[in-house]
Design a protein around this ligand. Structure first.
Ligand SMILES: *[C@@H]1O[C@H](CO)[C@@H](O)[C@H](O)[C@H]1NC(C)=O
Ligand SMILES: *[C@@H]1O[C@H](CO)[C@@H](O)[C@H](O)[C@H]1NC(C)=O
Ligand SMILES: *[C@@H]1O[C@H](CO)[C@@H](O)[C@H](O)[C@H]1NC(C)=O
Ligand SMILES: *[C@@H]1O[C@H](CO)[C@@H](O)[C@H](O)[C@H]1NC(C)=O
Ligand SMILES: *[C@@H]1O[C@H](CO)[C@@H](O)[C@H](O)[C@H]1NC(C)=O
Ligand SMILES: *[C@@H]1O[C@H](CO)[C@@H](O)[C@H](O)[C@H]1NC(C)=O
Ligand SMILES: *[C@@H]1O[C@H](CO)[C@@H](O)[C@H](O)[C@H]1NC(C)=O
Ligand SMILES: *[C@@H]1O[C@H](CO)[C@@H](O)[C@H](O)[C@H]1NC(C)=O
Ligand SMILES: *[C@@H]1O[C@H](CO)[C@@H](O)[C@H](O)[C@H]1NC(C)=O
Ligand SMILES: *[C@@H]1O[C@H](CO)[C@@H](O)[C@H](O)[C@H]1NC(C)=O
Ligand SMILES: *[C@@H]1O[C@H](CO)[C@@H](O)[C@H](O)[C@H]1NC(C)=O
Ligand SMILES: *[C@@H]1O[C@H](CO)[C@@H](O)[C@H](O)[C@H]1NC(C)=O
Length: 681
């Protein structure tokens, strides 16, 4: 019955709403040793894999593991058992009540992502943060229990958890249960969630676990899958009263839809998508949830002003100039990956209105005056602020590109001219030659992590020396577990660090990029505070879960999300920079091959698909010399540019034919799509 329903809805979706590119989705990535690291469950029904804890009289708890048919009995109102699903999951719990010896028997369910908040009486928080960390409470299944199959009500969905604690809460008589399972709620449109269209594989010789980079790539991919949800499973706003939660709000114009986090906020946040969508592109190519999220933002534009909301419904937060910009940048990313002309034309009137809205805030100084102050949690940010202006620069360069693709040539030139003058003004207003970094605004010397990372990544810099000194300057903010943004003290933000990571690669400092990867994500993925499978939203500078304790999260470490797509920056960075393959025109009609080979590996393999076909690369360094060999596969009819990496030099041969003698770092070679063997030696 379930299968029938699913296939009918899939058909409807195909007939009514799938864009042209989705009619011919890319084929699956080749299988290989990397498949072992794919965290996604094979089945949509999952079972606990180990018992984390039992308290008082619990017998047969191990019968609840791995889909065993046996039962467990909890006796007495102080008995509880904590099941461990082995990794982040999310969905509705079902179980059988096999025997109920008293009409006063009842149970409760408590959920948590981090093992720090395992408790028979409390779940981790998702509705609202309070210092006592006891907001959400438990899901009570009240007396009288009825024997037979039970399923958690849909409104009480927990979108993200690893640990489930079942407690007997009635009288002293036994309750016998069996068949405790979780029906995964995320990726509702996909049967086999392991069916990725991309992969990554490399051995790291500079980290205790040599599979770290591969695991991290897959952790990022799985994180974004857990953030891809049915449209009717948003967190309720206004928030439920203390002791309750509800995830049955409508999230946008269509589903499935991509949200910020599995447990919370379960709402569309366009800034988060600036990291999460590239992750999705290189791993699952699951772009329909992205299109639905962007369409939701444009549908909620203020028709008078052109302002876009900061977040999707039901939060529908307003008043963020930077997140306004992220919807516009996200539109470019979606179009670059999909080539969806029809969608671009549909949103075009609202898109251009929204560009005009933000350009209208550029005053006679030539800079954007940021007045929509909400942002990713950073402090400051208003007025002539460098972060907002760096993001606006990216809006204008991508708007110029989109205007070209949509055949609005003169508009494209106008956007490009505005970008160019903004870049000049930006550098004279914010550059601190003595520090070698950009300042936050014209009345401070604070050099923020976000603006400096964006300036390098979006090429707001005027020369490569600036990129190098910024990369050096960013490292001065590091502590044991990562980068501490001066604009949000005592915090580690894997969101902004995802941009910093890319900035170090762009600046040509591969070893600094790998140092940041090891330090920050090496901690995040392995610390026993985390779910050790998906990626946490943020930390304090000393590695605790009290992220934003003084900035909105009210000292509530249990509120922090452990599966936030915005922390998955390494996934696309490993593909785009380390493997080095990226697309530069819609669907990869044009591409760039520019590997960064200065990391702790001798070889790397990776690839991804688009509607045009497979984009794959494998490279291997010659031992103790400047040699490099690469196998590259790109679709016939495409064209690309190969850039000789730093630390590599010699004669470039393509399929044994010399195409460049005595080539050095930065030299470019033009290539046509197809299967190519490239060597430099
Ligand atoms: C559980 O029971 C069903 C039906 O009796 C049987 O097909 C299945 O193999 C059993 N599974 C296990 C793990 O024992
Ligand atoms: C509970 O009830 C079941 C039958 O429903 C019975 O087999 C079992 O002995 C009872 N256990 C206790 C402790 O009363
Ligand atoms: C969500 O569930 C709650 C609790 O059952 C209910 O009160 C509310 O009306 C539901 N909201 C929606 C939008 O379905
Ligand atoms: C066990 O739970 C699954 C759902 O996860 C359900 O389909 C199945 O019918 C249950 N088995 C029994 C014996 O109740
Ligand atoms: C890379 O090659 C060097 C030299 O042969 C070797 O010592 C090292 O272990 C290799 N690293 C990996 C990760 O294979
Ligand atoms: C464009 O904005 C209007 C509001 O002005 C809205 O009604 C419409 O749905 C939007 N169109 C798209 C394609 O988002
Ligand atoms: C930005 O605009 C606000 C509101 O108009 C104004 O109060 C503020 O002075 C402006 N900031 C700058 C730096 O001009
Ligand atoms: C722009 O024009 C070309 C050539 O007519 C066409 O193929 C393309 O679809 C147009 N772009 C959009 C976004 O419609
Ligand atoms: C970055 O900007 C400089 C000029 O400021 C330009 O020469 C260079 O081509 C740009 N790089 C990219 C990748 O666009
Ligand atoms: C790079 O640009 C900055 C900002 O304009 C300038 O101060 C610096 O001298 C330039 N450096 C080089 C090497 O051109
Ligand atoms: C390239 O492919 C050839 C032939 O399959 C293989 O022998 C070689 O190891 C590959 N090289 C790299 C760098 O993947
Ligand atoms: C390059 O060589 C591979 C086999 O090694 C072959 O499949 C491919 O067609 C060749 N490409 C070109 C452009 O000659």
């Amino acid at each position: 019955m379930l299968t029938l329903l699913l296939s009918v809805s899939t058909l409807l979706l195909l007939e009514t709403s799938d864009p042209a590119w989705a009619q011919a989705p890319p084929s699956l990535a080749p299988s290989g040793p990397w498949d072992t690291f794919n965290y996604a469950p094979k089945s949509r029904t999952v079972y606990a894999t180990s018992i984390r804890h039992t308290q008082s009289t619990v017998s047969g708890s191990e019968n609840l593991l791995n889909g065993d048919n046996g039962s467990a009995t909890l006796t007495g109102n102080d008995a509880w058992v904590t099941l461990d699903f082995g990794k982040e999951v999310g969905g509705l719990i079902s179980m059988n009540f096999d025997s109920i010896n008293s009409s006063s028997s009842s149970i409760s369910l408590a959920f948590t992502e981090s093992p720090m908040f395992i408790s028979p009486t409390l779940s981790d928080d998702s509705s609202f943060p309070i210092a006592t960390m006891n907001y959400d409470g438990v899901l009570s299944v009240p007396a009288p229990l009825s024997a037979g199959f039970w399923t958690q009500p849909a409104f009480a969905l927990r979108g993200g958890f690893r640990f489930l604690t079942i407690a007997s809460t009635g009288d002293s008589s036994p309750v016998t249960i069996s068949n405790v399972s979780c029906a995964i709620s995320f990726m509702p449109h996909v049967d086999d969630m392991t069916a990725y269209t991309g992969f990554f594989y490399a051995k790291d010789s500079d980290f205790e676990d040599s599979d770290f980079l591969t695991k991290l790539w897959y952790a990022g991919a799985y994180t974004v899958q857990t953030n891809t949800v049915p449209v009717n499973t948003g967190r309720q706003v206004p928030f439920e009263p203390q002791g309750h939660w509800a995830n049955n709000a409508t999230l946008g114009v269509a589903g499935p839809i991509i949200v910020d986090g599995a447990k919370r906020d379960r709402a569309v946040w366009p800034g988060d998508m600036g990291i999460a969508v590239p992750t999705q592109f290189v791993s699952t190519f699951d772009l329909i949830p992205t299109r639905n999220a962007l369409s939701t933002m444009f549908a909620n534009i203020n028709p008078q002003t052109g302002a876009l909301p900061e977040s999707g419904p039901p939060l529908s937060q307003l008043g963020s100039d930077t997140y306004h910009c992220w919807t516009l940048i996200g539109s470019y990313n979606y179009y670059l990956y999909s080539g969806d002309d029809e969608w671009l034309n549909t949103i075009w009137p609202n898109y251009t209105l929204a560009v005009s809205f933000i350009e209208g805030k550029v005053d006679n100084s030539g800079l954007l005056n940021v007045t929509g102050l909400r942002d990713w949690a950073r402090q400051g940010g208003g007025g002539h602020n460098s972060e907002g202006n760096a993001i606006l620069y990216k809006v204008l360069t991508t708007a110029s590109a989109l205007a070209t693709y949509s055949n609005h040539t003169s508009l494209s030139l106008a956007y490009a001219a505005n970008a160019s003058s903004l870049k000049t003004t930006f550098n004279s207003a914010f550059w601190m030659p003595d520090v070698g970094m950009y300042r936050d605004n014209t009345s401070t010397t604070l050099a923020p992590q976000d603006a400096n990372s964006f300036a390098v990544l979006f090429n707001v810099t005027l020369n490569d020396t600036q990129k190098e000194t910024i990369s050096e300057g960013l490292e001065r903010n590091w502590v044991e577990f990562g980068a501490v943004p001066p604009e949000l003290p005592d915090t580690i933000s894997p969101f902004i660090s995802g941009f910093e990571l890319q900035a170090h690669f762009v600046a040509g400092n591969d070893s600094r990029a790998f140092d940041l990867l090891h330090r920050e994500w090496g901690y995040i993925l392995y610390t026993n505070l985390s779910v050790q499978s998906t990626l946490v939203e943020g930390l304090t500078a000393n590695g605790s879960l009290y992220y934003r304790y003084y900035q909105g999260y009210n000292d509530d470490a249990a509120y922090t999300s452990h599966s936030h797509g915005w922390s998955s920056g390494p996934t696309s960075a490993l593909t785009f920079y380390v493997a080095g393959l990226t697309v530069t025109a819609p669907q990869g009609r044009e591409w760039s091959l520019a590997p960064h080979v200065g990391g702790p590996m001798n070889s790397t393999q990776a690839g991804f698909g688009t509607a045009l076909g497979w984009f794959g690369v494998g490279w291997e360094r010659g031992v103790g010399e400047n040699a490099l060999s690469l196998n590259v596969t790109t679709p016939e009819g495409t064209s690309g540019v190969f850039t000789v990496p730093k630390g590599v030099s010699g004669t470039v041969k393509v399929n044994r034919t010399a195409v460049a003698e005595d080539a050095r770092e930065g030299q470019v070679v033009e290539l046509q799509g197809g299967i190519l063997q490239i060597t430099i030696s």
